[in-house]
Design a protein around this ligand. Structure first.
Ligand code: XMP
Length: 322
């Protein structure tokens, strides 16, 4: 696919940082660049790399799309503020929910609901307003590979799908970590001096909680999966797993609450062992822990009457549900 992977064992973190700092500085020249920081490992690494290369010539935005985890925007602004990086929160909730209205097909959700709004409406305007010519983003090797192989369209893949961003959106896209898979991205984060709480975070998808809502993504349905996510993340933080998440199903099921029939929501919990998300196996969690998660979700998330645990490996499952 024309991009050469740099494997973890062949990576020299410091030398990689130096080379990317030089290359980014050269591409952006005296102009301005922008980037979106979601707080995931990839965008966090690219943000710090970009600031090392460009200083004030890089404007970093946190796009509040309404699909993030509880407390996430402020947490990320605070962490990066501590590293001397100013992050501006852009409230784009309405634009995203408007575009996601009535959309149930997974690929349409990613393309129309997330990609178009993100690159065209939100970033197109930011770039136009500040006069930047370059967008820095944290596309990694697995994102490219999965999109090219037709597994799923990762929201940040553009050039490999034949999209000319300068023509389509009016800016160039720079992808400093495109040759790296997750373990190598973490190593670069460490070399950059990113706090461990950030570079060792479990991966979180670009389409955020929209990747975990089956069926229509509405503010109400995102609120349900967000509340379940908070519980799953708290309970599984020490599990040592690669990634753990909650999914809201589209179908409702009959339950029983206070002696009465309650036709309610279903939440699915997944907890993955993996090294790079290309393949994965569900972790054999202690049953007591699973039961506690189910008890908490049904007690604390309104309208949920059923909690299931995924026992299927990737493949044929995927890490996320959408
Ligand atoms: P899947 O669901 O494809 O996930 O098995 C593989 C890894 O990629 C993350 N993921 C995404 N990341 N944009 C991203 O930036 C996306 O559209 C996307 N979809 C999945 C997922 O969380 C897992 O770590």
């Amino acid at each position: 696919m024309g991009i050469q992977e740099i494997q973890l064992h062949a990576l020299n973190g410091e030398a990689f940082v130096e080379e990317q700092v030089r290359a980014s500085g050269e591409t952006v020249g005296g102009g301005l660049a922008v980037n979106a920081l979601s707080g995931g490992v990839d965008s966090s690494v690219v943000t710090l790399l970009g600031h090392r290369a460009l200083g004030d010539r890089l404007r970093t935005y946190f796009i509040e799309n309404g699909l993030m985890r509880e407390g996430e925007p402020q947490y990320i602004v605070d962490v990066f503020g501590g590293l001397g990086v100013d992050v501006e929160i852009v409230d784009a909730r309405e634009q995203f929910f408007q575009a996601l209205k009535g959309v149930t097909d997974p690929e349409e959700k990613r393309d129309k609901g997330i990609t178009q709004v993100f690159y065209k409406d939100v970033f197109g305007k930011l770039v136009e307003d500040c006069g930047a010519k370059v967008l820095l983003q944290g596309t990694n090797y697995t994102d490219v590979e999965e999109t090219v192989a037709g597994v799923k369209r990762q929201h940040n893949i553009l050039a490999q799908l034949g999209i000319d961003t300068e023509q389509a959106y009016g800016y160039k896209v720079l992808e400093p970590i495109i040759q790296l898979r997750k373990p190598a991205v973490r190593a670069v984060g460490k070399a950059l001096g990113l706090p461990e709480e950030i570079f060792s975070r479990p991966p979180f998808p670009g389409p955020a909680l929209a990747a975990r809502v089956i069926g229509e993504v509405t503010p109400e349905r995102v609120a349900l999966v967000r509340a379940a996510t908070t519980i799953v993340e708290a309970e599984l933080r020490d599990s040592g797993a690669f990634q753990y998440l909650a999914i809201l199903h589209e179908d409702k099921v009959t339950g029983l609450r206070d002696g009465r029939r309650d036709f309610g929501h279903q939440i699915e919990v997944r907890c993955w062992d993996s090294t790079d998300a290309v393949t994965g196996t569900p972790i054999e969690l202690p049953f007591d822990l699973l039961r506690r998660i189910a008890d908490r979700i049904t007690a604390e998330v309104p309208g949920v009457v059923s909690v299931t645990y995924n026992i299927t490996a990737k493949p044929p499952s995927c890490i996320e549900a959408v």
